[in-house]
Design a protein around this ligand. Sequence first.
Ligand SMILES: Cc1cc2nc3c(=O)[nH]c(=O)nc-3n(C[C@H](O)[C@H](O)[C@H](O)COP(=O)(O)O)c2cc1C
Length: 347
Amino acid sequence: MAKASQQSHRKDEHVFLAEKFHDDDRRNDFDHVHFIHNSLPELDIDQVSIGTKLGNDALRSPFYINGMTGGSPRTGKINRQLAEIAALTGIPMASGSQTIALAEPDLADTFKVIRQYNPSGFVLGNIGAGHGVEDAKKAIAMIDANALEIHVNAAQEIVMPEGDREYHWLDNIDQIVHHVDVPIIVKEVGFGMSRESIQQLAEIGVKMIDVSGRGGTNFIKIENERRHEKDFGFMSAWGQSTVQSLLEAHSADTDAQIIASGGVRNPLDIVKSLRLGASAVGVSGEILHSLLHGDPTDTAAMIMSWLGQIQDLLLLLGARNLDELHTKDIYFDPELVNYLQQRDIHL
Ligand SMILES: Cc1cc2nc3c(=O)[nH]c(=O)nc-3n(C[C@H](O)[C@H](O)[C@H](O)COP(=O)(O)O)c2cc1C
């Protein structure tokens, strides 16, 4: 049985607070991106494929369950349920940070369920960027991961009551990218990435980057709520939105694959992300919310309907696949045009 350490308790608090701050009517920058409607699609649904590729891996779904849970008995149960959902729907699933199980091995079972309940699915491990090659290999082996996420979360650590103040991460990432034999995704946790950060990662050989931007789960709000003084409220709008981050990626000089996550609420947000250059899309808060309000079969049904609706949207746009989607016209509301101008981004 897992022991209830401070870190273990923190994982439960993250789930509780993410759900407390979840807002069904939340607006974000995806609302400032619009497709031009096409009245004559000249296609039928059987001609539309929504498959994508991450590195050399072909994925039938362009979206996946992004890293959230594990590390406590309660979040171990959520991992088991998410694994069942991933197995039922065939979409990939990332683990929450496995860092805790490296320090407290008896918590490893709360992660191992991800593989036990989804033996043939595409599964991603997850560790913090403070870890080196050996820890990365242990995290991969723990769940027989097909890929590994390395999270960079400086803004979260700043506000976390027990957070780190030493952020020297590029060397670790460099070592892992060159000495681990599964694909590596470096990801933010909801604060987005600038073209400069994307470029720095690409320069050390990172081939997949999840910009995970502002607009959904907000770890500054979550960590501030855990502080006695609640004195970091002034930072609640920190970071680039997911849309801004995807635009940043356009102006980075790299061929790294870009993944979108952060504030993805529905199939249209996914299709907008794909149109803006994402190869795949991660969803966390929305899936957690669904699971906490129903049972795993309800969440699996929601995911199946999203897959169908993504296909419907491509059909409506007259796009047979994600390559053709990239050619479809979009326009932006003034706030994003302003952002593009000030950041000197040309599409
Ligand atoms: C309860 C919860 C726990 C999370 N834990 C992790 C984690 O351990 N590692 C990580 O890389 N990201 C973690 N995240 C961040 C998500 O992967 C994602 O980057 C972020 O929530 C933005 O996506 P969203 O708006 O769809 O939730 C967590 C998110 C939630 C909601």
